[in-house]
Design a protein around this ligand. Structure first.
Ligand code: CUA
Length: 349
C-alpha cells in the first residue's frame, strides 16, 4: 500500500513539473519538427531515400530470417526414439547451404540498390539550381544563431538572430561558420544536417516550397545548453519576404513615447550595450544577438522562451534561471526601469 502511494505521489510530482516546464517553453506546432514532413525539394529527395532505406532494410531483414528458417527446415531431423546422425557434421548439406547463399545474395543485391540510390540522391542535391539565391551567413555561438543576410551591395546586408526568414520557391545558400565549438544546423523539414566548424566555412543549400514555420535544432552536442539552441525557418511568399527584409534593413524604430524613451536610456546606460547592437543607436557590440528588430521575433534565447513582456523581463533579470551556463549575465533593474526596457525592446519590430 505504501509503495502504491509513493508511486502515485511520484507520478503527480513528475506531471506537475513537466506541465510547469511546458508552460514556460514556446509551443512547437505538430509537424514543425518532423523529418517525415518535407516542405522543400532537397528534403523531399532525402525523404524518398529514407522511405527506400526503410523498405530495403526491412526486405534484407526478411531475407536473412527466411534464409535461417529454410536452412533449419531443410537440415536433417531427428526423433526421440532415433539416435542423432552425427555423420552429417562433416558432410556438406546442400539444402541449408543453398538457403544461406540465397539470403546472402538477395541482401547484397538489395544493399547495392541502396548505394546507387544514395549516390543518385547526393548528385541530385548537388545539382540543385542556385540561380537567384538568397545568401545568408549563419554563425553558431554557444547557444544561439547569428544570421547575416548578404545583399548585392554591403549596404543591403543586415543582421538577425535565431529566426531565418526565407522566400518560398527561391534557393537559399547558407554559409556556415562557428564562433566557438562545433555546432550543426538541422531543419528536418527542409534539408539534411551540416556541421559548423570553428575556423572553417561550409555551405548548404535548401529551398522551401511551402509557406510555414519549420523548427530547427542544433544537432551536435555543443555544451550545457545544446538542447536550447533551437531556431526557426519562416518560409513566406516573396512579397512578404521582401517586406520583411526591407524592414530589417532599416535602423531600429525611434521610441514613440516616454516609456520607450526611458527604456532606450536604460538599455544604453546598462551593461546590455556591452554585448548587443541596436542599429541607429550607439549600441554596436556583436557578442550577443542583434536586437534592432527583436520585437518581431516570436521567441527569445534561441527558442528557449516565448517573446512576451513577462518572460523577457524574467530573462533579463536572471538568464541563468532558464539557461544555466549562458554567457548573458543577470541585469538587476528596478521594476519601473525593467518595464520601460521591456516595452522598448518589444517596440523594435
Ligand atoms: Cu550548438 Cu549543439
Amino acid at each position: 500500500m505504501r509503495w502504491h502511494r509513493l508511486f502515485s505521489w511520484a507520478l503527480a510530482a513528475t506531471a506537475s513539473a513537466t506541465t510547469a516546464f511546458a508552460q514556460e517553453r514556446p509551443s512547437v506546432a505538430p509537424g514543425a519538427h518532423d523529418a517525415l514532413v518535407t516542405a522543400g525539394s532537397q528534403a523531399a529527395r532525402i525523404g524518398q531515400l529514407w522511405n527506400l532505406t526503410v523498405f530495403i532494410c526491412t526486405a534484407v531483414f526478411c531475407a536473412v530470417l527466411l534464409g535461417l528458417v529454410l536452412a533449419l527446415w531443410r537440415s536433417g531431423r531427428t526423433r526421440e526414439d532415433v539416435p542423432p546422425d552425427l555423420s552429417s557434421i562433416g558432410r556438406h548439406e546442400r539444402g541449408p547451404y543453398l538457403s544461406v547463399l540465397w539470403s546472402i545474395g538477395v541482401s547484397i543485391a538489395l544493399l547495392l540498390v541502396l548505394i546507387v540510390a544514395s549516390v543518385v540522391t547526393d548528385r541530385a542535391l548537388a545539382r540543385a539550381s542556385l540561380a537567384d539565391a538568397v545568401n545568408i551567413d549563419v554563425t553558431g555561438h554557444q547557444w544561439w544563431w547569428e544570421l547575416t543576410y548578404r545583399g548585392d551591395s554591403p549596404s543591403d546586408n543586415f543582421n538577425a538572430a535565431n529566426e531565418l526568414h526565407v522566400p518560398v520557391g527561391r534557393p537559399v545558400v547558407v554559409r556556415l561558420k562557428s564562433d566557438d565549438v562545433i555546432h550543426s544546423l538541422w531543419v528536418p523539414s527542409l534539408a539534411g544536417k551540416k556541421d559548423l566548424i570553428p575556423g572553417r566555412t561550409a555551405t548548404m543549400n535548401f529551398r522551401a516550397d511551402r509557406p510555414g514555420r519549420y523548427r530547427g535544432q542544433c544537432a551536435e552536442f555543443c555544451g550545457y545548453q545544446h538542447a536550447f539552441m533551437a531556431f526557426e525557418v519562416i518560409a513566406e511568399t516573396p512579397a512578404d519576404y521582401d517586406a520583411w527584409a526591407a524592414a530589417q534593413r532599416r535602423p531600429a524604430a525611434e521610441p514613440a513615447d516616454a516609456t520607450t524613451r526611458r527604456g532606450r536610456d536604460v538599455f544604453l546606460g546598462s551593461t546590455c550595450i556591452m554585448c548587443h547592437a541596436i542599429e541607429g543607436t550607439i549600441a554596436a557590440a556583436r557578442k550577443g544577438p542583434d536586437l534592432s528588430h527583436v520585437g518581431g521575433r516570436s521567441t527569445i534565447a534561441a527558442g528557449t522562451l516565448p517573446n512576451r513582456p513577462a518572460e523577457l523581463a524574467r530573462w533579463i533579470a536572471n538568464p541563468q534561471d532558464f539557461k544555466p551556463g549562458t554567457n548573458m549575465p543577470a541585469t538587476p533593474l528596478s521594476s519601473d526601469d525593467m518595464s520601460a526596457l521591456v516595452a522598448y525592446l518589444g517596440s523594435l519590430k
